[in-house]
Design a protein around this ligand. Structure first.
Ligand SMILES: NC(=O)c1ccc[n+]([C@@H]2O[C@H](COP(=O)([O-])OP(=O)(O)OC[C@H]3O[C@@H](n4cnc5c(N)ncnc54)[C@H](OP(=O)(O)O)[C@@H]3O)[C@@H](O)[C@H]2O)c1
Length: 288
């Protein structure tokens, strides 16, 4: 058996990571706010559940955070005490500003902090095909590297500044979610003039938009009641963080702001827990 790893947060991404790690022979210790979810997962993948996140990290000396947002991370970290030699790796999507705050907090407790956001969903993580980017102090990165390399399909190391990894991830998500929104909007426009979405996809597949159209037009049209792999609520959070990350530099982000407004509307009318691509149904519903 390989070393112990604590997985904090057993939602979509955390449970996929925990499953991959146990499959690779790691001893995994789980913690989740809703304990029953961690227990159900622990039984399925042969892991253990800790009573608190600090207990999990103290025992493993290696804690992977797969929590939803900055408030959740702050809540978990604020229960931590001295943890000399422990490595905390954050995989959630957060602002560069929060990343620097968490790094300072963990360092003050004697631990190491690495920012390692994921470009890819739960199924890519489970199958070891997800792209991870990572940044952190050299010593921290070196300690985290073996587990990160096992977890990721590909790992891009960005150096010592954790803000870089968090910033790159937000830049990627504003591009991805903005693309989805625009693809949904343009599909509904084409449909309004009698163009079948399949025909629209077929035409786009002969252009520079081929990859996005082939992957996302079928996905966005599926039932909003199907289980989400990335929720619309989480996409809205990422857009908000991307806007916030741009404020210190006064970057005009009208496209991201517009996408955020559409996601907020979709969330308000009942799509918050649907897959983020189902913004298509929200746009279509507004038209009808
Ligand atoms: N899903 C994706 O495709 C994807 C891809 C890349 C990055 N990400 C990022 O990865 C992170 C996790 O996403 P996910 O899709 O796994 O979300 P998720 O399925 O909704 O899981 C969220 C996790 O956070 C926990 N949590 C929420 N609020 C909390 C709080 N106040 N205190 C403690 N724990 C709390 C939840 O616990 P409960 O079970 O108790 O609710 C759950 O374990 C997010 O930052 C997301 O942006 C997601």
């Amino acid at each position: 058996m390989k070393e112990k790893v604590a997985v904090i947060g057993t939602g979509r991404m955390g449970s996929a990571a925990a499953e991959r790690l146990t499959g690779l022979g790691y001893e995994v210790i789980l913690w989740n706010r809703t304990r029953e979810k961690a227990e159900e997962l622990a039984q399925r993948i042969n892991a253990r559940v800790a009573a608190t996140p600090f207990e999990a990290v103290q025992e493993a000396k290696y804690g992977l955070l797969f929590l939803s947002d900055e408030d959740a991370i702050y809540g978990v970290l604020s229960g931590f005490h001295r943890m000399d030699g422990a490595v905390i790796v954050n995989h959630a999507t957060i602002t560069p500003q929060a990343s620097k705050r968490y790094e300072g907090f963990v360092k003050a407790l004697g631990g190491c902090y690495v920012e390692a956001p994921v470009l890819g969903g739960p199924s890519a993580v489970k199958s070891g095909k997800a792209l991870f980017v990572a940044a952190g102090e050299r010593m921290c990165l070196n300690t985290a590297r073996p587990v990160l390399e096992d977890l990721a399909g590909e790992l891009v190391v960005l150096g010592e500044d954790t803000a870089k990894a968090a910033g790159l991830k937000l830049a990627f998500n504003s591009l991805l979610i903005g693309t989805i929104e625009l693809l949904a909007e343009s599909t509904v426009l084409a449909e309004s003039y009698g163009v079948d979405p399949e025909t629209f996809k077929d035409v786009l597949s002969r252009t520079v938009f081929a990859a996005a159209a082939e992957k996302y037009i079928p996905r966005m049209r599926r039932d909003p009641g199907e289980p989400a792999s990335f929720t619309l609520r989480m996409a809205m959070k990422d857009l908000e963080y991307a806007l916030r990350a741009g404020y210190p530099f006064d970057i005009p982000q009208p496209a991201t702001a517009g996408t955020h407004a559409m996601y907020r509307t979709a969330s308000r009318i009942g799509y918050a827990n649907s897959d983020y691509t189902r913004v298509y149904h929200a746009i279509k519903g507004k038209r009808d």
